[in-house]
Ligand binder design. Structure first.
Ligand SMILES: [Zn+2]
Length: 494
């Protein structure tokens, strides 16, 4: 056995025999919680962790010393950005109805158009998955906007997503988003609901067929989930059948609710109460339900989440940009609410999201003791695993999956380390991710993902985004010029 470096491993593959990874810092797990190991080793065998602790005394095929690095469980992203990020088009610009985030009625009447070609949709997911890996995320539940779609997501694009996850080596929970309808703009600032029950139920059926086919694909990397779109786009019948199927098949369900002002107003108008109350009254809250983002949740909504074991997917970055926050992370935990985390926007950076979670969580409590780094790190790892019912994820312990992120604490931009978790979170960037293993396979090394040309992909992503923008006026009330919809930060110089 000789001492090796990461460069000796084949990118995109699982090495034969045992691999010992040594580092100055390791986040291990002792069965009760994360524990820091100083100058220890993690040993991978196949797709699993064999050992975490001091130097392993048994036989290994290779030993890699990562030096002043942090070996950490990979992050679990419950609301993982999986398209070319269009939430950026909602920040700093007008209300949704004036900026193409609500369809004008004439657009719906004319038949909403699919704004992406099938190859665009397949590319988006591959692009996003590579970015998640580059940020130390090893398990992802993709999310994308339906505003740009003819209706819901398609089974074909999710088959392409399963293929991308298998090719790149990312653990995923996949389910095409479906819905019964949504709001349309009938006059400036006036929004009206429009539903098509049959179309929603057909979407659920397609998602269930897909779930049955896809479970365990990619040597177990691909698992199914159910993804009804935001609560205000779903009828009661659609949600009742979704939750019944989730229970029968043991699937996680993700449903956005208590997350936006338009949603809150719409649900009130349709059902006379908040979304969590509406679901609770129909027996539809349960412990496999993942509910991003809870920033609009009332105290009663939060109580219902706690009582029914609902998991909040906390995505602080995308909300902080709009000056909004969960109130508060600590209070939710004290109520007994389960919290996992998500990225939901670009950059799909969980380290940055942990930093924002910490800052906003403390701001919400008005105190530096209002949230700890450990609570946030737990949410990004153990909280996600708990949400998925996966005690073999989100931790480094014997028998757990070898889903690992390695962070470079000697990055020249980083301050000297007193505590590795504090350094990482205060450093606030996933760009220090040196390597990622998923299921024992080296999926990313020094920013490179096997079979993925980052430079070419970036050019293609820009072109796709510009094509999308060019078609924007067509689907905005009054069809204004693009520059009026998205005015520049400064006036352009003449
Ligand atoms: Zn979201």
């Amino acid at each position: 056995m000789t001492l090796r470096t990461l460069a000796d491993l084949t990118l995109g593959q699982r090495a034969a025999g045992r691999t010992a990874l040594a580092a100055r810092w390791i986040v291990g797990h002792d069965g009760r919680g994360h524990r820091l190991v100083e100058n220890g080793e993690v040993v991978i065998e196949g797709g699993d962790i064999l050992h975490v602790g001091p130097r392993f005394e048994g036989e290994v095929a290779r030993r890699i010393d990562l030096g002043a690095a942090l070996i950490s469980p990979g992050f679990i992203d419950l609301d993982a950005l999986s398209d070319i990020d269009t939430t950026l088009l909602t920040v700093d610009y007008g209300p949704g109805w004036a900026t193409g985030r609500v369809w004008p009625e004439d657009y719906l009447q004319g038949g909403p158009r699919e704004m992406y070609a099938p190859e665009d949709l397949a590319f988006q997911k591959r692009f996003a998955f590579a970015h998640l890996l580059r940020n130390g995320i090893t398990t992802a539940l993709p999310i994308a906007s339906l505003f740009y779609r003819a209706w819901g997501e398609t089974v074909e694009e999710f088959e392409a997503a399963a293929e991308a996850a298998t090719d790149l080596g990312l653990r995923v929970y996949l389910g095409p988003a479906y819905r019964s309808g949504g709001m349309v703009c009938t006059a400036p600032g006036v929004l009206e609901p429009r539903f098509d029950e049959a179309r929603g139920l057909a979407g659920l059926q397609a998602a269930l067929d897909f779930a049955g086919r896809i479970a365990g694909a990619g040597q177990g990397l691909v698992q199914p989930m159910l993804a009804p779109d935001r609560v205000e786009t779903c009828t009661l019948a659609l949600l009742q059948r979704t939750m019944a199927a989730a229970r029968d098949l043991g699937l996680p369900v993700r449903l956005h609710m208590a997350q936006g002002r338009m949603e809150r107003e719409t649900v009130h108008r349709l059902h006379g109460m908040t979304a969590p109350r509406w679901l609770a009254d129909h027996g539809l809250l349960h412990d496999r339900l993942i509910a991003p983002h809870a920033v609009e949740a009332t105290p009663e909504d939060l109580r219902l989440y706690a009582d029914h074991g609902v998991v909040v997917a906390h995505c602080p970055l995308v909300y902080a940009r709009d000056g909004e926050m969960l109130r508060s992370f600590r209070r939710c935990r004290e109520m007994g609410i389960r919290i996992g985390m998500g990225t939901d926007t670009a950059p799909p950076d969980m380290v940055l999201n942990m930093a924002v979670a910490l800052m906003m969580g403390r701001a919400a409590e008005g105190s530096g003791t209002g949230l700890t780094t450990a609570e946030v790190f737990d949410a990004a790892t153990l909280g996600g695993a708990d949400a998925l019912g996966r005690p073999d994820l989100g931790r480094l312990a014997p028998g757990a999956k070898a889903d690992i992120a390695v962070f470079d604490l000697m990055d020249p931009w980083f301050a000297p380390t007193v505590d590795p978790i504090q350094s990482l979170v205060f450093g606030a960037t996933g760009r220090v991710t040196k390597a990622v293993f998923v299921d024992g396979r080296l999926s990313m090394r020094e920013g490179v993902v096997a079979g993925f040309d980052e430079g070419a992909a970036r050019v293609r992503a820009q072109a796709q985004f510009e094509r999308l923008l060019a078609r924007y006026p067509d689907r905005i009330w009054g069809h204004p010029q693009l520059e009026r919809v998205f005015p520049p930060t400064y006036p352009k110089m003449r």
